[in-house]
Design a protein around this ligand. Structure first.
Ligand code: URA
Length: 427
């Protein structure tokens, strides 16, 4: 095969064969197709799409680029077989749901092998958040992961270098070539990792709105349907929810402050939207794994989920009782008017948190544990002129101005009549 021929085929809206796709992914992983050629092919895919068969072959080729984990032998310390279930979010602002969710599901005896990622652009990364906890380690060997699943029931860790290496390389290329927002590329990226991870059941939280990669409902629905089909073809019982990402989840967007909010949820409190989505996703994950009639809301209230959280953090070297790092500097943004907060834009808050240091400008940058945005009101809340609306947090105060620029126009305050708020769980 020839890379230029393959690029021309996609450029001219042709269909690639399974052999061409397998060759392309393998050659790119080994370095015989150059970055500029793969970038051109990605752009042709973004503009002209791929059919279901091509997406399925692209996904299979990415899985075949690395190892596949196998949890079929997983047993409790007493020797009982354990089923596995997992969740994946397509990325959002303030989306800390994995933190309370993984231990919550484990309460009911189903193991959660959560391989998570780092922040991308304005969206936060689960590993970056957990690394705010003193001592906590993201990297585990496959053996350590198995042991923790058996003993604790939940693990959140980094995917090893051997898992879908084609995706790691491709993702970094897409990030810098404007080719992240393509349904075939997102669907194959997410599903190759989840299928290679070896989970038995999977719930996809597909985000819709300004803070998501898919801004509109029809595209998010198509992404969800594509991923569910890929999962089912691979024998993974997969379901998807479409959920709102037009405003941040909860009242925090950052790293340490999101851990703190997750711990509040595990202690039976926390913002109602975070609790609602955590409980709903837990129900879906358990049902997808064949467990019916569980009551996850009760396990948040009575401390069972908190017990698993503490074991899960400690098993990875973290101290669940340690004080979390706080930002050195803060600046409060006051409400410009009195009324009802009718809009708090997710993308603006995400970009502000990112610029304050919660995210990275380049792949190799470190994030600030304490940085981010703490919100004091959510859409639907009454606000008064001159009262705090948000607190910006950073160790590097020269970043306040750029963060405030990102927030210009993020907030709308209605005098009295507020349009109905968006539903959190859309479909
Ligand atoms: N998350 C992923 O893992 N891959 C994508 O392409 C987009 C979001």
């Amino acid at each position: 095969f020839d890379a230029v021929d393959i690029i021309r085929t996609k450029r001219d809206r042709g269909t690639l064969s399974a052999e061409q796709i397998a060759w392309t992914i393998d050659a790119y992983t080994r370095g015989t197709i150059a970055d500029e050629q793969m970038a051109a092919l990605n752009m042709a895919i973004l503009l002209n799409g791929m059919n279901r068969a091509e997406i399925s072959q692209w996904t299979a080729a990415m899985i075949a680029s690395g190892e596949r984990m196998d949890f079929s032998g997983l047993r409790t310390p007493a020797g009982t077989p354990m089923r596995t279930t997992d969740k994946h979010s397509t990325g959002g602002v303030g989306d800390k749901i994995t933190l309370p969710l993984a231990p919550l599901v484990a309460v009911f005896g189903v193991a959660v092998p959560q391989l998570s990622g780092r922040g991308l652009g304005h969206t936060g990364g689960t590993l970056d958040k957990l690394e705010a906890i003193p001592g906590w380690r993201a990297n585990l060997s496959n053996e350590a992961m198995m042991r923790q699943l058996s003993e604790v029931g939940a693990v959140i860790c980094a995917a090893g270098a051997g898992l879908a290496p084609a995706d790691k390389k491709l993702y970094a290329l897409r990030d810098v070539t404007g080719t992240v927002e393509a349904i075939p590329l997102i669907a194959s990226s997410i599903m190759s990792k989840k299928i290679a991870e070896g989970t038995g059941a999977l719930v996809l939280d597909v985000k819709v709105g300004s803070g998501a990669f898919m801004k509109d409902l029809a595209m998010a629905r198509e992404l969800a349907q594509t991923m569910v089909a890929l999962g089912k073809d691979a024998g993974v019982n997969t379901v998807a929810l479409l959920t709102d990402m037009s405003t941040p989840l909860g009242l925090t967007a950052g790293n340490a402050i999101e851990v703190q909010e997750s711990v509040e949820v595990l202690a039976g409190g926390g913002p109602s939207d975070v609790v609602e989505l955590t409980v709903r996703l837990a129900e879906e994950m358990l049902m997808a794994a064949g467990v019916h009639g569980a009551d996850p809301a009760a396990a948040l209230k009575d401390g069972r989920a908190m017990d698993v959280w503490r074991q899960m953090i400690a098993a990875q070297g973290g101290d669940p009782d340690a004080a979390l790092p706080a930002a050195k500097e803060s600046e409060v943004i006051l409400s410009p008017a009195s009324g009802v907060l009718s809009e708090l834009d997710a993308l603006s808050v995400g970009v502000a948190a990112w610029r304050l240091g919660a995210g990275r400008a380049r792949k190799e940058d470190a994030v600030q544990a304490g940085a981010g945005v703490r919100m004091h009101a959510k859409p639907g809340d009454v606000v008064r002129a001159g009262e705090p609306l948000m607190t910006l947090l950073t160790d590097t105060p020269e970043k306040f101005d750029r963060a405030k620029e990102a927030l210009a126009g993020a907030v709308r305050i209605a005098p009295t009549d507020v349009p109905p708020l968006r539903e959190l769980i859309i479909e």
